[in-house]
Design a protein around this ligand. Structure first.
Ligand code: NAP
Length: 246
Protein backbone atom coordinates (compact mmCIF):
# COMPACT_ATOMS: atom_id res chain seq x y z
CA UNK A 1 0.00 0.00 0.00
CA UNK A 2 1.29 3.42 -0.95
CA UNK A 3 0.47 6.33 1.29
CA UNK A 4 -1.49 8.93 -0.63
CA UNK A 5 -3.31 10.17 2.44
CA UNK A 6 -3.37 13.84 1.46
CA UNK A 7 -4.66 13.17 -2.08
CA UNK A 8 -8.22 13.40 -3.36
CA UNK A 9 -9.47 11.29 -6.30
CA UNK A 10 -12.72 11.54 -8.25
CA UNK A 11 -13.74 8.28 -9.94
CA UNK A 12 -16.66 8.58 -12.37
CA UNK A 13 -19.00 5.60 -12.75
CA UNK A 14 -17.83 4.15 -9.44
CA UNK A 15 -21.08 2.61 -8.21
CA UNK A 16 -20.47 -0.67 -10.04
CA UNK A 17 -18.02 -2.65 -12.14
CA UNK A 18 -14.51 -1.39 -12.84
CA UNK A 19 -15.13 2.03 -11.28
CA UNK A 20 -16.17 0.52 -7.93
CA UNK A 21 -12.99 -1.58 -7.88
CA UNK A 22 -10.92 1.53 -8.68
CA UNK A 23 -12.51 3.51 -5.84
CA UNK A 24 -11.93 0.66 -3.42
CA UNK A 25 -8.30 0.23 -4.51
CA UNK A 26 -7.46 3.94 -4.43
CA UNK A 27 -9.02 4.19 -0.97
CA UNK A 28 -6.85 1.27 0.15
CA UNK A 29 -3.83 3.15 -1.23
CA UNK A 30 -4.78 6.08 1.00
CA UNK A 31 -6.64 8.36 -1.42
CA UNK A 32 -9.82 10.10 -0.35
CA UNK A 33 -12.30 9.05 -3.03
CA UNK A 34 -15.33 10.71 -4.58
CA UNK A 35 -17.62 7.92 -5.82
CA UNK A 36 -19.57 9.28 -8.78
CA UNK A 37 -22.69 7.56 -10.08
CA UNK A 38 -25.62 8.32 -12.37
CA UNK A 39 -28.48 6.18 -11.04
CA UNK A 40 -27.17 3.57 -8.59
CA UNK A 41 -27.36 5.64 -5.41
CA UNK A 42 -27.69 2.66 -3.04
CA UNK A 43 -24.61 0.92 -4.48
CA UNK A 44 -22.54 4.13 -4.38
CA UNK A 45 -23.51 4.86 -0.78
CA UNK A 46 -22.86 1.27 0.28
CA UNK A 47 -19.38 1.44 -1.28
CA UNK A 48 -18.66 4.73 0.50
CA UNK A 49 -19.78 3.17 3.79
CA UNK A 50 -17.55 0.11 3.20
CA UNK A 51 -14.54 2.33 2.53
CA UNK A 52 -15.22 4.43 5.63
CA UNK A 53 -15.70 1.29 7.77
CA UNK A 54 -12.26 0.12 6.59
CA UNK A 55 -10.74 3.40 7.81
CA UNK A 56 -10.77 5.29 4.48
CA UNK A 57 -12.46 8.54 3.43
CA UNK A 58 -15.17 8.59 0.74
CA UNK A 59 -18.04 10.68 -0.54
CA UNK A 60 -20.70 9.59 -3.04
CA UNK A 61 -21.68 12.16 -5.68
CA UNK A 62 -24.52 11.88 -8.18
CA UNK A 63 -23.73 13.44 -11.56
CA UNK A 64 -24.58 12.40 -15.09
CA UNK A 65 -21.16 12.93 -16.69
CA UNK A 66 -22.80 13.97 -19.96
CA UNK A 67 -24.09 17.12 -18.17
CA UNK A 68 -21.32 19.75 -17.85
CA UNK A 69 -23.08 21.57 -14.99
CA UNK A 70 -23.44 18.36 -13.01
CA UNK A 71 -19.72 17.62 -13.47
CA UNK A 72 -18.88 21.17 -12.33
CA UNK A 73 -21.05 20.75 -9.24
CA UNK A 74 -19.31 17.46 -8.45
CA UNK A 75 -15.93 19.22 -8.50
CA UNK A 76 -17.39 22.00 -6.33
CA UNK A 77 -18.59 19.38 -3.82
CA UNK A 78 -15.18 17.67 -3.76
CA UNK A 79 -13.36 20.97 -3.26
CA UNK A 80 -15.77 22.06 -0.53
CA UNK A 81 -15.50 18.75 1.31
CA UNK A 82 -11.77 18.09 0.90
CA UNK A 83 -10.08 21.30 -0.26
CA UNK A 84 -9.04 20.22 -3.78
CA UNK A 85 -8.78 17.43 -6.33
CA UNK A 86 -5.57 15.59 -7.33
CA UNK A 87 -6.74 12.63 -9.42
CA UNK A 88 -9.51 12.42 -12.01
CA UNK A 89 -10.49 8.99 -13.31
CA UNK A 90 -12.91 9.27 -16.24
CA UNK A 91 -14.22 5.71 -16.06
CA UNK A 92 -17.99 6.15 -16.63
CA UNK A 93 -19.04 4.64 -19.92
CA UNK A 94 -21.79 2.79 -21.76
CA UNK A 95 -21.73 0.27 -24.60
CA UNK A 96 -24.54 -0.50 -27.02
CA UNK A 97 -23.47 -2.89 -29.74
CA UNK A 98 -24.75 -3.08 -33.29
CA UNK A 99 -23.45 -3.06 -36.81
CA UNK A 100 -23.09 0.37 -38.35
CA UNK A 101 -25.89 -0.51 -40.79
CA UNK A 102 -28.27 -1.23 -37.89
CA UNK A 103 -27.15 1.49 -35.47
CA UNK A 104 -29.92 3.86 -34.39
CA UNK A 105 -29.54 7.59 -33.79
CA UNK A 106 -30.51 7.49 -30.11
CA UNK A 107 -27.85 4.92 -29.29
CA UNK A 108 -25.20 6.80 -31.32
CA UNK A 109 -26.07 10.08 -29.56
CA UNK A 110 -26.07 8.51 -26.09
CA UNK A 111 -22.64 6.86 -26.53
CA UNK A 112 -21.22 10.14 -27.80
CA UNK A 113 -22.85 11.97 -24.87
CA UNK A 114 -21.58 9.67 -22.10
CA UNK A 115 -18.31 8.27 -23.45
CA UNK A 116 -16.97 11.25 -25.41
CA UNK A 117 -18.73 14.36 -24.07
CA UNK A 118 -18.75 12.87 -20.56
CA UNK A 119 -14.99 12.32 -20.67
CA UNK A 120 -14.52 15.81 -22.16
CA UNK A 121 -16.61 17.33 -19.34
CA UNK A 122 -14.38 15.62 -16.78
CA UNK A 123 -11.20 16.55 -18.63
CA UNK A 124 -12.10 20.22 -18.99
CA UNK A 125 -12.87 20.54 -15.29
CA UNK A 126 -9.74 18.58 -14.34
CA UNK A 127 -7.57 20.70 -16.66
CA UNK A 128 -8.85 23.85 -14.98
CA UNK A 129 -8.95 22.68 -11.40
CA UNK A 130 -6.60 19.77 -10.65
CA UNK A 131 -3.81 20.63 -8.25
CA UNK A 132 -0.28 20.60 -9.65
CA UNK A 133 1.27 17.15 -9.54
CA UNK A 134 -2.11 15.55 -10.28
CA UNK A 135 -3.04 12.56 -12.43
CA UNK A 136 -5.75 12.02 -15.02
CA UNK A 137 -6.76 8.54 -16.18
CA UNK A 138 -9.23 8.12 -19.03
CA UNK A 139 -10.97 4.98 -20.24
CA UNK A 140 -10.62 3.55 -23.71
CA UNK A 141 -11.05 -0.06 -24.85
CA UNK A 142 -8.82 -2.66 -26.50
CA UNK A 143 -11.48 -2.88 -29.23
CA UNK A 144 -9.83 0.25 -30.68
CA UNK A 145 -7.04 -2.21 -31.59
CA UNK A 146 -9.11 -5.37 -32.16
CA UNK A 147 -11.66 -3.63 -34.40
CA UNK A 148 -14.38 -6.25 -33.84
CA UNK A 149 -17.63 -6.15 -35.82
CA UNK A 150 -20.54 -4.40 -34.03
CA UNK A 151 -18.25 -2.24 -31.91
CA UNK A 152 -17.94 0.55 -34.51
CA UNK A 153 -19.69 3.43 -32.72
CA UNK A 154 -18.51 2.44 -29.23
CA UNK A 155 -14.89 2.05 -30.35
CA UNK A 156 -15.07 5.35 -32.25
CA UNK A 157 -16.02 7.21 -29.04
CA UNK A 158 -13.05 5.59 -27.28
CA UNK A 159 -10.61 6.33 -30.12
CA UNK A 160 -11.58 9.99 -29.69
CA UNK A 161 -10.84 9.69 -25.96
CA UNK A 162 -7.36 8.32 -26.78
CA UNK A 163 -6.69 11.34 -29.01
CA UNK A 164 -7.81 13.83 -26.34
CA UNK A 165 -5.63 12.00 -23.79
CA UNK A 166 -2.44 12.63 -25.74
CA UNK A 167 -3.31 16.23 -26.59
CA UNK A 168 -4.27 17.18 -23.02
CA UNK A 169 -1.02 15.67 -21.72
CA UNK A 170 0.78 18.33 -23.80
CA UNK A 171 -1.58 21.17 -22.92
CA UNK A 172 -0.86 20.62 -19.22
CA UNK A 173 2.88 21.20 -19.67
CA UNK A 174 4.40 22.91 -16.64
CA UNK A 175 1.93 21.62 -14.03
CA UNK A 176 3.42 18.17 -13.49
CA UNK A 177 0.07 16.52 -14.29
CA UNK A 178 0.07 13.26 -16.26
CA UNK A 179 -2.78 12.25 -18.59
CA UNK A 180 -3.09 8.63 -19.67
CA UNK A 181 -5.76 6.18 -20.78
CA UNK A 182 -6.36 2.60 -19.74
CA UNK A 183 -7.81 0.36 -22.46
CA UNK A 184 -9.20 -2.85 -20.92
CA UNK A 185 -10.01 -5.99 -22.86
CA UNK A 186 -13.08 -8.10 -21.98
CA UNK A 187 -13.64 -7.61 -18.24
CA UNK A 188 -16.23 -9.33 -16.04
CA UNK A 189 -18.75 -6.54 -15.42
CA UNK A 190 -22.38 -5.91 -16.43
CA UNK A 191 -21.18 -3.87 -19.40
CA UNK A 192 -19.42 -6.89 -20.92
CA UNK A 193 -21.56 -9.78 -19.65
CA UNK A 194 -25.09 -8.52 -20.21
CA UNK A 195 -26.76 -9.68 -23.41
CA UNK A 196 -24.05 -12.27 -24.26
CA UNK A 197 -24.63 -16.04 -24.39
CA UNK A 198 -22.48 -18.26 -22.11
CA UNK A 199 -20.83 -19.65 -25.27
CA UNK A 200 -19.84 -16.19 -26.52
CA UNK A 201 -18.52 -15.24 -23.08
CA UNK A 202 -16.47 -18.46 -22.98
CA UNK A 203 -15.12 -17.83 -26.49
CA UNK A 204 -14.16 -14.23 -25.68
CA UNK A 205 -12.59 -15.32 -22.37
CA UNK A 206 -10.17 -17.50 -24.32
CA UNK A 207 -9.17 -14.89 -26.90
CA UNK A 208 -6.34 -13.53 -24.77
CA UNK A 209 -3.27 -15.78 -24.39
CA UNK A 210 -3.83 -15.63 -20.62
CA UNK A 211 -7.18 -17.35 -21.35
CA UNK A 212 -9.47 -15.63 -18.88
CA UNK A 213 -11.61 -12.52 -18.56
CA UNK A 214 -10.12 -9.49 -16.90
CA UNK A 215 -11.46 -8.84 -13.41
CA UNK A 216 -12.30 -5.33 -12.18
CA UNK A 217 -9.39 -5.62 -9.72
CA UNK A 218 -6.94 -6.18 -12.63
CA UNK A 219 -7.98 -2.86 -14.13
CA UNK A 220 -8.07 -1.11 -10.75
CA UNK A 221 -4.44 -2.15 -10.21
CA UNK A 222 -3.49 -0.59 -13.54
CA UNK A 223 -5.21 2.68 -12.58
CA UNK A 224 -3.59 2.62 -9.13
CA UNK A 225 -0.17 2.31 -10.83
CA UNK A 226 -0.86 5.33 -13.06
CA UNK A 227 -2.28 7.35 -10.14
CA UNK A 228 0.46 6.37 -7.70
CA UNK A 229 4.14 7.21 -7.32
CA UNK A 230 5.48 4.47 -9.63
CA UNK A 231 3.40 5.71 -12.59
CA UNK A 232 4.74 9.25 -12.53
CA UNK A 233 6.89 9.00 -15.66
CA UNK A 234 4.10 7.60 -17.85
CA UNK A 235 2.41 10.45 -19.71
CA UNK A 236 0.26 10.76 -22.82
CA UNK A 237 0.02 6.97 -23.19
CA UNK A 238 -2.68 4.37 -23.72
CA UNK A 239 -2.07 1.34 -21.53
CA UNK A 240 -3.90 -1.74 -22.83
CA UNK A 241 -4.74 -4.00 -19.89
CA UNK A 242 -6.10 -7.13 -21.54
CA UNK A 243 -4.06 -10.30 -20.96
CA UNK A 244 -2.45 -9.92 -24.36
CA UNK A 245 -5.55 -10.01 -26.57
CA UNK A 246 -4.09 -7.35 -28.88
P1 NAP B 1 -20.47 -1.06 -15.93
O1 NAP B 1 -20.25 -2.27 -15.11
O2 NAP B 1 -21.63 -0.99 -16.85
O3 NAP B 1 -20.51 0.21 -14.93
C1 NAP B 1 -20.66 1.48 -15.50
C2 NAP B 1 -20.56 2.54 -14.45
O4 NAP B 1 -20.66 3.80 -15.12
C3 NAP B 1 -21.67 2.50 -13.42
O5 NAP B 1 -21.15 2.88 -12.16
C4 NAP B 1 -22.65 3.55 -13.93
O6 NAP B 1 -23.36 4.23 -12.91
C5 NAP B 1 -21.70 4.55 -14.53
N1 NAP B 1 -22.35 5.40 -15.53
C6 NAP B 1 -22.97 5.06 -16.67
N2 NAP B 1 -23.44 6.15 -17.30
C7 NAP B 1 -23.10 7.22 -16.53
C8 NAP B 1 -23.29 8.60 -16.63
N3 NAP B 1 -23.96 9.14 -17.67
N4 NAP B 1 -22.82 9.42 -15.66
C9 NAP B 1 -22.16 8.87 -14.59
N5 NAP B 1 -21.94 7.56 -14.44
C10 NAP B 1 -22.41 6.74 -15.40
O7 NAP B 1 -19.20 -0.76 -16.85
P2 NAP B 1 -17.65 -1.22 -16.67
O8 NAP B 1 -17.46 -2.48 -17.42
O9 NAP B 1 -17.24 -1.13 -15.27
O10 NAP B 1 -16.94 -0.08 -17.55
C11 NAP B 1 -16.12 0.94 -17.01
C12 NAP B 1 -15.33 1.57 -18.14
O11 NAP B 1 -14.47 0.60 -18.73
C13 NAP B 1 -16.19 2.11 -19.29
O12 NAP B 1 -15.65 3.32 -19.76
C14 NAP B 1 -16.07 1.04 -20.36
O13 NAP B 1 -16.29 1.54 -21.65
C15 NAP B 1 -14.65 0.59 -20.13
N6 NAP B 1 -14.37 -0.76 -20.64
C16 NAP B 1 -15.01 -1.85 -20.13
C17 NAP B 1 -14.70 -3.12 -20.64
C18 NAP B 1 -15.37 -4.36 -20.14
O14 NAP B 1 -15.20 -5.43 -20.75
N7 NAP B 1 -16.11 -4.32 -19.05
C19 NAP B 1 -13.76 -3.26 -21.67
C20 NAP B 1 -13.13 -2.11 -22.15
C21 NAP B 1 -13.44 -0.87 -21.63
P3 NAP B 1 -24.85 3.77 -12.45
O15 NAP B 1 -24.63 2.49 -11.70
O16 NAP B 1 -25.32 4.86 -11.57
O17 NAP B 1 -25.61 3.57 -13.71
Amino acid sequence: MTNQSNKIAIVTGASRGIGAAIAERLAKDGFTVVINYAGSQAEAEALAARIEAAGGRALSAKADVSDPDAVRRMFDAAETAFGGVDVMVNNAGIMQLSSIADADDASFDRMIAVNLKGTFNGLREAARRLRNGGRIVNFSTSVVGLKLENYGVYAATKAAVETMTAILSKELRGRNITVNAVAPGPTATDLFLSGKSPELIERMSRMAPLERLGQPADIAGTVAFLAGPDGGWINGQVLRANGGIV
